[in-house]
Design a binder for this molecule. Structure first.
Ligand code: AMP
Length: 547
């Protein structure tokens, strides 16, 4: 017997309809690329998202066609979040920090039809547009009078000219909630980037979960600042949870430095903010010398990389701000665990509470997790046994877009598929996860991936290099930085400076290694694979130049 409840698909459009109807005068504040502050309301977002949908109807697009963005956090990006997905197209948020070659590759792989970009990414678009044959419409996210006359981009339109005079009437279509809504590429451990393809259903379930009190705890009373970019896994789902709760939203635009973020927090009464540790490091560094205080900030979710204990301590003890240490992945929409205390922890001394907060936290309902040993056997939750972390749940990928990389899931005895995270962790008896290592071969610097394979491939393209292996080493600001260990060809010569220069133009500047370590040999495993664990062990006492 089936239940007798209404069968209403979980669609992203329902979020913006809800926000308009119930929180229509709720504020959305954006620092624009132009530098000024823009203000409007949830009702305005909804109205303009319908105009975006009407503008998309005017293009020759099919259901599920991809519309890409290269944009900072701001109101126009938010309108695209709703207008594109709500009308049945797929929003593809591209990370503008990638090298133009990677961006062109991603846009082609996604077969993007339209690409909308902030004007400060014009040079990037000029570098890639001729290599993106599927893109038939380029849109600059600006007013009509700001459109550069001689951009060199055929048919370039300003966003306002494209959508501004469209009808504000639009009936959001109803379709299968499992339809694709948005996509995000992530640097793979091998080969090219792979895309997580989210659905309306996964996005809505994640939005409900993210707003829960033990997760981000977002409510209509909050003023929320997502510093985490909207091109990083949908700003951790905040644009959706914000509409679901009707909170005030504050967008930082491109100004992510400590001073700008601090001023925005104070000016807009921000109560809750989200970002990677590097951003908060810049904020605290700005605040400390002048003895600045927060007047309204209560909570901050910090994730994307391990949050240093000193940062948790500083927020909690010096500023009275609760740190919610979070762990997740692009493949997980992204939230997996979040660190909030349990009732029994409340009477503990502050230091003991701090120790718990350093862990990545407890699984959110909807995320199943387990740790396994090398033979696939599940390990105990004792806070000591450390193993490969696997997850499953309705907002976790089952495969990548276009089946790239094959079936990633690991089946259990019941035949259920688990996604291998590439992280190594312990789980304690209270269910708190702690990430202890990473088995995947990538480096995360300032919250952004650097593919060690790309770094190695460039090094071995140098005629004097026989073999190269890239590892991440600790850095106080960026968490990790890449260094490359190199074996020279017999008789060949190359200096550290020459090799670093060789990287220029071949990868994004910030992805160039910080140092070259010349070695006699690189440790290899039985199958000839580089033993990164051995190499990391070999350089465990190494310090980056200048630190
Ligand atoms: P991304 O797909 O870019 O969100 O990166 C996900 C990966 O970042 C995870 O698999 C971890 O390796 C790492 N990561 C994310 N959050 C944390 C955290 N709180 N502590 C340690 N590593 C993290």
């Amino acid at each position: 017997m089936l239940g007798l409840m209404q069968d209403q698909p979980l669609l992203i459009s329902s979020l913006i309809e809800f926000a308009e109807r119930h929180h229509g005068d709720g504020e959305i504040v954006s620092r624009r690329v132009e530098g000024d502050i823009h203000r409007y309301t949830w009702a305005d977002v909804a109205r303009r998202a319908r105009q975006v949908a009407n503008a998309l109807e005017g293009e020759d697009l099919l259901f599920s066609d991809r519309v890409a963005t290269l944009a900072w956090n701001g109101y126009r990006h938010l309108e695209l979040y709703y207008g594109v997905s709500g009308s049945g197209r797929v929003l593809h948020t591209i990370n503008p920090r990638l090298h133009p070659d990677q961006i062109a590759w991603i846009a082609n792989h996604a077969e993007d039809q339209i690409l909308c970009f902030d004007l400060n990414f014009l040079p990037l678009v000029q570098a890639v547009h001729a290599r993106c044959p599927t893109v038939k419409r380029w849109i600059a996210l600006c007013d009509a009078d700001k459109l550069p006359a001689d951009s060199g981009i055929p048919g370039l339109l300003s966003y306002e000219a494209w959508m501004g005079d469209r009808s504000t009437d639009y009936a959001w279509p109803r379709f299968d909630e499992n339809s694709a809504s948005s996509m995000c590429y992530t640097s793979g451990t091998t080969g090219n980037p792979k895309a997580a393809l989210y659905s309306h259903r996964s996005t809505l379930l994640h939005a409900y979960a993210a707003a829960l009190p033990d997760v981000m705890g977002i409510s209509a009373r909050d003023s929320v600042l997502p510093v985490v970019p909207m091109f990083h896994v949908n700003a951790w789902g905040i644009p959706y949870s914000a509409a679901l709760t009707g909170c005030k939203l504050v967008f930082p635009g491109p100004a992510l430095d400590g001073k700008s973020v601090y001023e925005l927090i104070e000016a807009e009464g921000v109560t809750f903010a989200a970002g990677v540790p590097t951003v908060w490091q810049m904020l605290l560094t700005h605040m400390k010398p002048g003895g600045l205080r927060f007047s309204t900030l209560k909570r901050t979710v910090i994730g994307g990389s391990a949050c240093p204990p000193a940062m948790i301590h500083a927020f909690q003890q010096d500023y009275g701000v609760d740190v919610l240490h979070a762990w997740g992945m692009t493949e997980m929409s992204p939230l997996g665990t979040l660190c909030t205390l349990k009732n029994k922890h409340l009477t503990m001394p502050a230091d003991a509470q701090d120790a718990i907060r350093q862990k990545q936290g407890r699984a959110i309902f909807g995320v199943d997790m387990k740790i396994i040993d090398g033979n696939g056997a599940e390990l105990p939750w004792d806070g000591k046994a450390s193993g490969d972390l696997l997850v499953k749940g309705p907002w976790i990928v089952k495969e990548y877009f276009k089946g790239e990389g094959g079936d990633p899931l690991v089946p259990d005895a019941q035949g259920h598929g688990w996604f291998p995270t590439g992280d190594v962790a312990t789980i304690d008896a209270d269910g708190f996860l702690q990430i202890t290592d990473r088995s995947k071969d990538v480096i995360k610097s300032g919250g952004e991936w650097i593919s060690s394979i790309d770094i190695e491939n460039i090094a071995v393209a140098h005629p004097a290099v026989l073999m190269a292996a890239c590892i991440g080493v600790a850095h106080p600001k960026w968490d990790e930085r890449p260094v490359v260990a190199v074996v020279k060809r017999p008789g060949a010569e190359v200096t550290r400076e020459e090799l670093l220069k060789f990287y220029e133009g071949k990868t994004a500047k910030w992805q160039i290694p910080d140092d070259v370590l010349f070695v006699e040999a690189i440790p290899l495993g039985a199958t000839g694979k580089i033993l990164k664990t051995r190499l990391r062990e070999q350089f465990k006492d190494y310090r980056l130049p200048g630190l």
